[in-house]
Write a new protein. Structure first.
Length: 139
């Protein structure tokens, strides 16, 4: 994880076995913004030989989680929607960029754009966050 990563983000990703198993790499992690990449593998393809939507969602969700966990308290997803716009396949490198759009009290709204290596939009994700009263564990 790069030097500009938040302490919370580093600690969170250290324990995120799902994102690690999918080969995700955190490029940027700062309050309200995160960039995460993932290379599509053969075992991520569906029956049509295109990337299973669940893996695209997982990438966007990881970027969302990093962007919204910018306080001393654990923040979780209250809900999320995704629109798939372009298919990809094995070997494609996907980049998810999450940006905070609004925050009020314990709630937040974040948009995540997933692009392929050519810069074409693969998916648009909107996440709704909820900050819990649970403090983050010490890093």
């Amino acid at each position: 994880m790069p030097a500009e990563s938040t302490t919370v983000g580093r600690a969170m990703m250290k324990h995120d076995r799902a994102s690690a198993a999918l080969g995700m790499t955190v490029v940027v992690n700062e309050p309200g913004r995160a960039v995460v990449t993932m290379t599509v593998r053969d075992d991520m393809l569906n029956g049509f030989a295109i990337t299973h939507g669940g893996f695209v969602f997982a990438l966007a969700d990881t970027a969302f989680a990093l962007a919204c966990n910018d306080s001393e308290y654990v923040t979780v997803a209250a809900g999320a929607d995704i629109s798939f716009l372009k298919s990809t396949t094995a070997g494609d490198v996907l980049t998810a960029t999450a940006l905070e759009r609004a925050k009020s009290g314990r709630s937040g709204i974040y948009d995540v754009q997933v692009l392929d290596a050519a810069g074409a939009t693969v998916a648009e994700f909107r996440g709704r966050s909820r900050r819990t009263p649970t403090p983050h564990a010490a890093p």
